[in-house]
Write a protein that binds this ligand. Sequence first.
Ligand SMILES: Cc1cc2nc3c(=O)[nH]c(=O)nc-3n(C[C@H](O)[C@H](O)[C@H](O)COP(=O)(O)OP(=O)(O)OC[C@H]3O[C@@H](n4cnc5c(N)ncnc54)[C@H](O)[C@@H]3O)c2cc1C
Length: 519
Amino acid sequence: MSKPVKHIVIVGGGSAGWITAGVIAAEHKANSSNGIRVTLVESPEIGPIGVGEGTWPTMRETLAKIGVSETDLFRQCDASFKQGAKFSPWVTGDENDYYYHPLVIPQGYTKTDLVYPWQKHRDKISFADAVSFQGHLCERHLAPKQIATPEYASVANYAYHLNAPKLGMFLRDHCIKKLGVNHLLDHVSQINSRDDGDILSVTTQSNGDIEGDLFIDCTGFASLLLGKHFEIPFISKKHILFNDTALATHVPYVEENCPIASHTISTAQTAGWIWDIGLPTRRGVGYAYASDYISHTQAEQELRQYIAKSIGHQKSEELSFKQIPIKPGHREKFWHRNCVAIGMSAGFLEPLEASALVLIELAASKISKELPANREIMDIVSKRYNEKFLYRWDRIVDFLKLHYVLSKRTDSTYWIDNCDPKTIPDSLQELISLWRYQPPSSLDFTQVDEVFPSASWQYILYGMGFQTKPRAMDRKYVDEEKAQKFFSENVEITNKYLAALPTNRELINKILEFGLQKI
Ligand SMILES: Cc1cc2nc3c(=O)[nH]c(=O)nc-3n(C[C@H](O)[C@H](O)[C@H](O)COP(=O)(O)OP(=O)(O)OC[C@H]3O[C@@H](n4cnc5c(N)ncnc54)[C@H](O)[C@@H]3O)c2cc1C
């Protein structure tokens, strides 16, 4: 009989390691005597990356599944609500150039397509405002729920902004105390192979050799198991997504009770973009830029200028920045023999749409659900896993690139080069050609659990001024009456929510004081 999978060894204790440990330990009852054993080894010498503050709404389901309380998340991780992203000025570079990518799907999305009816009014109202209420909530810093809305439930779909190191510690505590994960604070110095080439064990400095049946590489950029040990090649995507450096910092609020933004603010610069994430206690701000197009000194200057607008020149000058080199791309495959890489050890793409943590959640969930019973079937499971995740990485690359290719900015070579067809994947060029004659729909994306649903593609496309020419048949069959009903419904819902929802800060203060109802 083939060796059963009974012990999973995770190397790495960043967000990837702890999310994966939590998902697998909860589902496979690591805290019971007949459950799967989960051991997480984390180096005391190398800290987690400590950035990664924007999530996707899937995080609510992931946290609920592993049994953490949402109230505790707000209390321990400085969390706030995120309802989408505001991109300015990505299209023309003008002062009033912005659009929203909200997290709710357009009104009536499953019943009709509002793209054609909206296009007639595009000079008067943006696509996001015509079909969804969420941009209005964001403009007013409103929360996506009320204090009476139970944990993880919503009035408007939402994700989180949070303090990444605190999330790591929060998950670590929960995994060790509640889910039975065995934690070793130890440095892995060697990987040992079986005769057949599988990993037999990892050698640690103080705890000797740790044997396992499945090894999960969550060692971040080091990619110790999949990259260094197995030498699985890295596929660079820098020719498509140019940004290769990040400068990150924490910005204090000028007053304790400043409004907390309900969305990630993404502001285009000369050679990249600045993210701005509002937590209750501070903002997380950083510049993702392409070092081929701008010097480090110039990038630092642009970032300081951006920050000075909100906290003043002097305070901005006092801030120090952490420079993080980023290599856009991913491994040729993610699961090899009895080793699978999750998180930055598998690959990394700029954090434009917070796709890294959601990929970690999807990876952890798939491995947990399809955990091979024994070594014999592991290669079948890994083949399917690799196919699925290669598809996902490609779709994310396309989606991120879409934000650049529709830009009309010509103020720097960075923006001009980004529109060069040689830098646009064929798959994206095909989709854009198609969308000139029909709006994005679920038929364009073949997987059930797409990272970015077709609604997200619509928000970017039409937010950036794209035109879809109606086919003759569509012109005839567009049901104007039905469309007007959904537009009116959206206005009604917008007014209702604007009147009823508290601000992000008001709700967070209440959560910290009273807590949310348990589900
Ligand atoms: C600038 C920037 C901004 C980002 N913003 C976002 C965002 O907004 N949203 C989002 O979803 N993602 C974002 N990300 C990505 C996100 O931060 C990561 O995907 C996430 O933190 C997971 O990191 P990780 O756990 O893979 O790696 P890390 O956090 O680097 O953890 C690596 C772990 O491996 C361990 N390790 C390494 N070597 C050894 C060894 N020899 N022995 C034992 N242990 C070892 C270390 O101790 C550490 O615990 C961002 C990334 C960057 C760089």
